[in-house]
Design a protein around this ligand. Structure first.
Ligand code: ADE
Length: 332
């Protein structure tokens, strides 16, 4: 069994996934659209070793990470598939080492890139050969966002009513629409709420049903404006979508308030930039760190503005990323 290393990019959802039709299978309440990011990566090495008595997992240098149980469950899914295909006849355990080059558990979707890298690396390491669709279905069961992060460029996750129908596919390549995402890190605190817990509260918001009524229309429109390379319309929809999404969080029971003062400071500054003619739009996931989308020719101006804000600790500048890559250089 071959030691395998995969690098996968995180993504930023342009139309968000919130709420689930099926918790165990992680079937989302609605489809979603994202772009993969090339500057926020997880790098994961997996090797199945016959001398191990249990999986040995190290994430960002920590052996006993809270994520370990979720990773073991995911490896169990991969072992089950390998047994079905007669690649193994008894459990064989894995050594897994993973590093993220961006802050974890701060709303930057590290579990998306982490579980995408883990899925691809473990599948190959155990000797399975799966299509991109099968990898996406498998990754989804570890982390919803990971279902998108096995693809590259601009990606749509089809909600589906069964496990086989709920997977992602790319609908535009990174070079088809060159835009930049400047991620303003206002804190590296661990967020209070895990996305998994938050999803369960979606339906407690009075606004959730109203969102669901219009979401299909929004998905179609966002896909269309990306294909038309219409940055202004995309930005307007994406910023309003982020605020709509947070209005669901704010009105859930219990209420969920994730913004930090720095988050709001960035929002206001982005709106000031637009007033002077700079095309910049924000979006934000379940966290306080905030993404600012712009066009390449305005990147330096947006960067300077973000770096001048007292609450911005650092800015990660990213383009649209390719699908995950297999690397020859391993972490152990
Ligand atoms: N959650 C956050 N980062 C992760 C990683 N690199 N691998 C698995 N799970 C993660």
């Amino acid at each position: 069994m071959e030691k395998t290393t995969v690098q996968a990019g995180s993504d930023i959802a342009l139309v968000k996934y919130w709420g689930k039709k099926d918790k165990v299978l992680r079937l989302p309440a609605n489809g979603s659209i994202s772009m993969i990011l090339n500057s926020l990566n997880s790098l994961t090495t997996v090797e199945f070793q016959s001398n191990l008595e249990k999986d040995q997992i190290t994430i960002n240098g920590e052996v006993e990470d809270g994520e370990a149980l979720r990773v073991v469950k995911h490896l169990d899914r991969i072992r089950s598939l390998a047994k079905e295909k007669n690649l193994i006849n008894k459990d064989v355990f894995a050594k897994v080492v993973s590093e993220n080059d961006f802050p974890k558990s701060t709303g930057l979707s590290s579990s998306g890139s982490g579980f995408a890298a883990l899925t691809l690396a473990a599948v190959k390491a155990i000797g399975l050969n799966l299509s991109e669709k099968e990898l996406s279905i498998l990754a989804r069961q570890g982390s919803g966002t990971a279902c998108r992060c096995v693809c590259g460029g601009f990606v749509e996750w089809l909600d589906g009513n069964t496990s086989e129908e709920s997977y992602s596919q790319s609908f535009a390549r990174p070079e088809d629409f060159v835009i930049r995402d400047l991620v303003a890190v206002v804190s590296e605190d661990k967020k209070d709420l895990s996305s998994t817990e938050g999803h369960d509260l979606a339906e407690t918001s009075l606004f959730f049903a109203a969102r669901q009524e219009k979401i299909q229309e929004k998905l179609l429109q966002v896909k269309q404006v990306i294909l038309q390379k219409d940055f202004t319309t995309l930005g307007e929809i994406v910023e309003a979508e982020a605020l709509e999404f947070h209005s669901i969080l704010l009105t859930s029971r219990p209420t969920i308030l994730l913004f930090y003062p720095g988050t709001i400071e960035v929002m206001q500054a982005v709106r000031q930039l637009r007033k002077i003619g700079v095309p910049a739009y924000f979006t934000i996931n379940t966290g306080f760190n905030i993404h600012v989308l712009t066009l390449p020719e305005y990147e330096q101006e947006v960067l300077r503005m973000l770096q001048s804000l007292p609450s911005v600790q650092k800015v990660i500048s990213s383009g649209v990323g390719e699908k995950p890559k297999y690397l020859d250089k391993h972490l152990f």
